[in-house]
Design a protein around this ligand. Structure first.
Ligand SMILES: Nc1ncnc2c1ncn2[C@@H]1O[C@H](COP(=O)(O)OP(=O)(O)OP(=O)(O)O)[C@@H](O)[C@H]1O
Ligand SMILES: [Mg+2]
Length: 347
């Protein structure tokens, strides 16, 4: 639904160059909620602004719903007609809502329809329908100053939906909201995604946002995507930073002569009694240092940190047993496992 290839953005100001995007290949599938996470300055907003051509990329292409936007003329406020039309089908939600304070809630939602040249009666019908969809039917005549932050963001979302977009872009839509309101706005985005088949690309610096609604996620660092995939794929990737951050487990070894192993359960493996099997099969005592079960991307996932007596060399066989059960195994404190390093060397 959204594809960027080799997307780069270099800002030039007062003789200085800042590379905000450095060859970003992003692929968002139709109907999914895709989260991009990264630290401040990583290039997240630049990415989203390039996706709807508010910023013209320095190089690379952006395709949304099969249309190559980078081939269309203009940018920002000077976009050509075709680009403007394409952009009206991409909804955008902002951190600070960007509502016009002099207009009522309904008139704010009508604004993009005015720009599209929709007639007054049709505009008003559509705006009221959208306000109903976001749960604000009774606030049509209010002014933004009379609304709470969460209500303002609902107006922002209704406005973003005015052009019947297939794609919704959201840049830190919940960063200015308290945790409770954040949850309700995320739930609304999830509902819209399901009800309208809307594809959502959202930018956030909060792992909880990714955890609660995203099907897929990417981690950005210094203008590049360093990890990406569905939540399931990330959890199954050894050493994935995103997976570890989505699903933190902690607990330190009780002594030097111990092996600490993180086990990630997802899919079928989540239901099997692997720990007791391990203990019985190898006659070893296993301590559980930490554990968590949660729902990530709508699926049940568990992580457990266990401790086995002896060093890694003494536990190669039990660890192999765990791997054979189809579990994701990360041995702590090993840069690269000796067995895997040998395999790599042999190739
Ligand atoms: N219009 C601009 N002109 C010059 N440099 C810019 C411009 N916009 C962004 N930058 C620079 O590009 C880099 C990436 O900025 P960007 O806003 O994309 O980061 P971000 O990941 O959204 O950060 P945050 O989480 O703080 O919003 C930063 O170094 C920033 O200073
Ligand atoms: Mg930003």
């Amino acid at each position: 639904m959204i594809t960027t290839s080799g997307l780069s953005k270099v800002y030039r100001s007062r003789g200085r160059e800042v590379t905000a995007l450095d060859g970003v290949d992003l692929h968002v599938r139709e109907g999914e909620v895709y989260g991009v996470i990264g630290q401040s300055g990583a290039g997240k907003s630049s990415l989203i602004r390039c996706v709807n051509l508010l910023e013209r990329p320095t190089s690379g292409t952006v395709t949304v719903a099969g249309q190559d936007l980078t081939a269309l003329a203009g940018r920002g406020h000077r976009a050509g007609r075709e680009l403007r039309r394409a952009r009206s089908r991409i909804g955008m939600v902002f951190q600070h809502f960007n509502l016009l304070s002099s207009r009522t809630v309904q008139d704010n939602v009508e604004l993009p329809l005015e720009i599209l040249g929709v007639s007054g009666k049709e505009r008003s019908r559509k705006a009221l329908e959208l306000l109903d969809l976001v749960g604000l039917a009774d606030k049509a005549g209010s002014y933004p100053a009379q609304l709470s932050g969460g209500q303002k963001q609902r107006v922002g979302i209704a406005r973003a939906l005015a052009g019947d977009p297939k794609v919704l872009l959201s840049d830190e839509a919940t960063s200015a909201l308290d945790p409770e309101t954040t949850r309700s706005i995320l739930q609304l985005l999830r509902d819209l995604n399901r009800q309208l088949g809307l594809t959502v690309l959202l930018i956030t610096h909060e792992m909880d946002v990714v955890k609660s609604i995203c099907d897929s996620a990417a981690l950005m660092e210094k203008g590049r995507i360093v990890e990406s995939g569905t939540v399931g794929e990330l959890l199954a990737t050894p050493g994935s930073e995103l997976a570890a951050a989505l699903f933190p487990v902690s607990g330190d070894a009780s002594g030097d002569d111990r092996t600490v192993v993180d086990i990630t359960f997802h899919g079928d493996a989540a239901g099997r009694p692997v720990i007791s099997q391990l203990s019985r099969t190898y006659n070893i005592d296993i301590s559980i240092l930490g554990a968590a079960m949660d729902t990530v991307g709508g699926k049940q996932v568990g992580r457990m940190r266990i401790e086995l007596p002896g060093r890694y060399e003494d536990n190669v066989v039990p660890i192999g047993f765990l791997r054979e059960q189809g579990l994701q195994i990360d041995v702590q404190g090993l840069a690269q496992e000796p067995a895997l390093a040998e395999e790599g060397a042999a190739k």
